[in-house]
Design a protein around this ligand. Structure first.
Ligand code: HGY
Ligand code: MN
Ligand code: MN
Length: 426
């Protein structure tokens, strides 16, 4: 596809939101669901979509949609959908999520400039709470949409300050009582293609700008609560303590040991909260959250069981107790092979390769979760063929201010997305 610059480039659109949600203490961005920053990004997206003549809506699960609906019979065809998310982890990078959303907006401009007459609707979606950065469940918006997470489970969620999801939603005019599966919406979607910054070093090491995704690791989140005996740091002899931070610390080490022992296993404790949290206070309790991943659900669960056993043993040795609760879990997802192959052939014609400066198109697995994986593994008939495009990240780092993508590669990603959407919409 020959592209002419029809509107703002992908880097220009990213720059337009570069100051929204900056985290002055952590660095990077903290753009959490329904926070001021995320609400500003929602507003920005809806304005950009409206300015392109797209029909916008917010669905019952607070996901945003923007539609390019062709006239006549084409409007009745099932839609091609692209998009990603705008929320971030605490102190996250500028590209994880927004790159897929702004590339979708820029692609509409490119397709229009190329004079495309879509033969089916094109949708751009912005999924809510993909990171689970506020309410703890990743991909909450796409999980609710597909029925992978029930409304009751979602309504039981609170943020670290104790605000319920329903209260936080109400504050921004979202009615949480409407949360729930939306099979009619899913029935109107033919496939979903998500463009995302690569979270790893695959492309930089291969010297290529763009890749297709093959699969996503199984992953889940567990909450461990250790309880002991709060006391005075100075007045309590070392041999008469029940300090819950001890088994918590040993659990962090056990997680590293268990994950290091296996192929593509991951176990991470990135969040740990002692109560009450005083320097001269022996904690009475510790909350610890663990992210665990693996090649499939059984192997991941077996690793978690090993870590849980170590946690129980360490708690008993310190005269403490531990309760362990699974907060979310999903199996490994392999993206739709037919769709992947279709995109691979569209992107490896000499013209397409020249357009992205690539000499080849790798297919890479990822350890990062995505809404595309939730849609691709939805229960029963709600499963949608999904595919992902990755854009080179020279640092390979993500969920950190160090996450990066060069302007040229961001534009190559937009060109690649325009190429595949042209084929899917024709
Ligand atoms: O955690 C993940 O893999 C994704 O970034 N939500
Ligand atoms: Mn992401
Ligand atoms: Mn992420």
């Amino acid at each position: 596809m020959t592209t002419t610059t029809a509107g703002p480039t992908v880097p220009a659109l990213l720059r337009a939101i570069a100051d929204t949600g900056r985290d002055r203490t952590r660095g990077g961005y903290s753009r959490h669901l329904f926070s001021d920053a995320e609400m500003d990004l929602r507003e920005w997206f809806l304005a950009e979509a409206t300015a392109r003549g797209l029909e916008t809506e917010i669905d019952r699960n607070a996901n945003l949609w923007a539609w390019w609906r062709p006239g006549g019979a084409a409007a009745q065809e099932r839609a091609i959908v692209t998009g990603s998310h705008l929320d971030s982890v605490p102190g996250g990078g500028a590209f994880d999520g927004p790159l897929g959303v702004v590339s979708a907006l820029a692609t509409v401009d490119l397709l229009r400039a190329a004079g495309l007459q879509p033969r089916r609707p094109l949708g751009i979606v912005v999924f809510a709470e993909e990171e689970g950065g506020r309410f703890g469940v990743a991909c909450l918006g796409s999980r609710l949409l597909t029925g992978t997470t029930t409304p009751d489970a979602a309504l039981a969620l609170t943020d670290p300050d104790g605000n319920t999801l329903a209260e936080s939603a109400a504050r921004v005019g979202v009615d949480a009582t409407r949360f729930g599966a939306d099979p009619d919406r899913l029935d109107r979607i033919a496939c979903f293609v998500e463009l995302h910054v690569e979270q790893g070093r695959g492309l930089i090491d291969l010297g290529q700008p763009i890749a297709l995704a093959s699969s996503v690791l199984a992953h889940g989140r567990w909450h461990l609560r250790f309880t002991g005996e709060g006391n005075h740091a100075g007045a309590t002899p070392m041999d008469s303590r029940h300090d819950p931070l001890l088994p918590a610390a040993q659990t962090v080490l056990a997680a590293r040991r268990a994950a290091a022992a296996g192929e593509s296993l991951r176990a991470t404790v990135g969040r740990l909260r002692p109560h009450p949290g005083g320097t001269n206070v022996i904690a009475s309790a510790v909350d610890l959250w663990m992210d665990a991943r693996g090649p499939d659900a059984p192997v991941t669960q077996a690793m978690v069981a090993e870590i849980a056993a170590a946690a129980h043993e360490a708690a008993a040795a310190e005269g403490c107790r531990v309760e362990i609760r699974e907060e979310s879990a999903s199996g490994a997802v392999h993206f739709d092979l037919a769709l992947r192959d279709q995109l691979h052939s569209a992107l490896t014609t000499p013209a397409a390769l020249a357009g992205t400066g690539a000499t080849g198109l790798p297919v890479l697995a990822t350890g990062a979760g995505h809404d595309a994986a939730i849609l691709g593994a939805a229960p029963g008939t709600r499963r949608i063929p999904t595919a992902m495009l990755f854009v080179r990240n020279p640092t390979g780092v993500s969920h950190s201010p160090a996450e990066f993508a060069e302007d040229d590669d961001c534009e190559r990603g937009g060109t690649a997305l325009a190429t595949v959407l042209t084929q899917l919409l024709s």
